[in-house]
Design a protein around this ligand. Structure first.
Ligand code: ASP
Length: 291
């Protein structure tokens, strides 16, 4: 049994971008599936899927990330292997193309779980990650518009993520984001923090999207994983935590998750969350804007 699920963020999507976002998540799921199908591991599958989403300028991760209050892109990403509980993350990194790859390098080449800010960038450069400007003209124009109406609602959050189960029964999760538009410089969200926006164990893998400050306070991804480990289905575990988040904080979130048998959970409390998945004997990918 192999399985992959990806999401492109529980943000507010412009009508004109929804089809592109669905095509993007399908493509990312296919990249992850290809790894699994050829006998690759869950970690490589989630890495491949998240790279595809980071490189697609439509999504708020890597190229095309949203900008902070000062107009800079500060990126967060996290990755976790369920079988070993190995985890790595970067927070507030600037000028890298694929934060998920730097997060993975933190996991594999250091004795740290999280590196942040300028020192994380220095680590990336030492590891051979080139200087890269992830800011697109479209995002810069939106930032100007968002800043002009700053007192109002903050638009265009979102994040990308993937969970996978490989042929050896191993689960993994990866999540990457530009965070919240107009965020305070230095702000770190839930995505790179194990247990908040990203988590994997031997029995569950979870990637979440939504308002990071609330997910950090609820350990949202870990809570979902613990419910799955107690025998709850991924769908029901994710729905229960989504409900708690709405009740306690009024914060709608989005979640994708998997258990070790390839059962899939996909929920979102927002109007949409582009997502795609394929599991076991499915003969094709399913890709949707909303569940
Ligand atoms: N979770 C992300 C953050 O707070 C944003 C999002 O997914 O909407 O950084």
């Amino acid at each position: 049994m192999i399985a992959i699920v990806v999401h492109g963020g529980a943000g507010r999507w412009d009508e004109t971008e929804r089809d592109g976002a669905v095509a993007g998540v399908r493509c990312a799921a296919a990249a992850g599936w290809q790894v699994l199908e050829s006998g690759g591991g869950a970690l490589d599958a989630v890495t491949a899927a998240v790279i595809a989403l980071e490189d697609d300028p439509l999504f708020n991760a890597g190229t095309g990330s949203v900008l902070n209050a000062e107009g800079d892109a500060e990126l967060d990403a996290g990755i976790m292997a369920g079988d070993t509980l190995a985890a790595g993350g970067v927070a507030c990194v600037r000028r890298v193309r694929n934060p998920v790859l730097v997060a993975r390098r933190v996991m594999e080449a250091t004795d740290c779980v999280l590196l942040a800010g300028a020192e994380a960038v220095r680590f990336a450069r030492d590891q051979g990650f080139a200087d890269y400007d992830p800011v697109t003209g479209r995002r810069r124009a939106r930032w100007r518009a968002a800043r002009a109406r700053q007192a109002g609602e903050r638009l265009v959050p979102g994040t990308v993520g993937a969970v996978a189960l490989d042929g050896n029964g191993r689960l993994a999760a990866a999540t990457s984001t530009g965070g919240r538009e107009l965020k305070r410089p230095g702000r770190v969200g839930d995505s790179p923090v194990p247990g908040a926006g990203n988590y994997a164990t031997a029995q569950a893998a979870v990637s979440a999207t939504g308002w990071g400050e609330f997910m950090l306070r609820m350990a949202a991804a870990k809570t979902i994983a613990t419910r799955i480990e107690s025998g709850e289905s991924p769908q029901s575990a994710a729905a229960a935590v989504l409900e708690d988040m709405e009740r306690i904080f009024g914060a709608p979130i989005g979640v994708i998750c998997l258990d070790a048998r390839g059962a899939v959970g996909i929920v979102h409390g927002t109007e949409g969350m582009p997502h795609a998945w394929r599991s076991g004997g499915d003969d094709d990918f399913k890709a949707r804007f909303a569940t």
